[in-house]
Design a protein around this ligand. Structure first.
Ligand SMILES: [Zn+2]
Ligand SMILES: [Zn+2]
Length: 153
């Protein structure tokens, strides 16, 4: 089954939760190499893409969990109640937007990472291309994020 132009689809590991992401406001996907992402994913880094929360349609048993970040911001993770795969997160400092866990996309290999954040805590065996857009930590403001992700290579 083919998707409408610009629409993305994905889901959890056990397929109890499926989602569609309609075309809309999205920022380019990025990799985060921070130690929090390493712990939360049990992996070396995470892949995120900011989107307008109104564009996502989920089906299945979605469960939410919250975490207070060091900044005091409350992050809410939405994932599958059965297999605990995480689909996306929201943040009370950035209402109306979600951060997709890009590896849950059916065609995740088609997404091109536009930047790497928290390269200072990157695993040493990961070698970034010299052309990769890399930030030692992360921009301080939302405007800084947008500028870094959408600015010139
Ligand atoms: Zn599941
Ligand atoms: Zn991170």
């Amino acid at each position: 089954m083919s998707l409408p132009e610009g629409e993305l689809a994905g889901g959890c590991n056990c397929r109890a939760v499926r989602y569609r992401l309609a075309p809309g406001m999205r920022l380019p996907p990025y990799a985060c190499q921070c130690t929090d992402c390493q712990t939360r994913t049990g992996s070396a880094f995470s892949e995120h893409m900011l989107f307008a929360e109104q564009d996502i349609t989920l089906e299945g048993p979605v469960k939410a969990g919250t975490m207070v970040q060091p900044s005091g911001a409350v992050s809410t993770i939405h994932g599958c109640e059965k297999c605990l795969a995480r689909i996306y997160a929201t943040n009370d400092r950035n209402p109306g937007f979600g951060s997709l866990r890009c590896g849950t996309l059916d065609d995740s290999a088609k997404l091109e990472i536009k930047a790497h954040f928290w390269v200072a805590s990157k695993q040493p065996w990961i070698i970034l291309s010299p052309e990769a857009k890399a930030h030692q930590t992360q921009p301080d403001t939302s405007q800084g994020w947008v500028a870094f992700l959408t600015g010139p290579e």
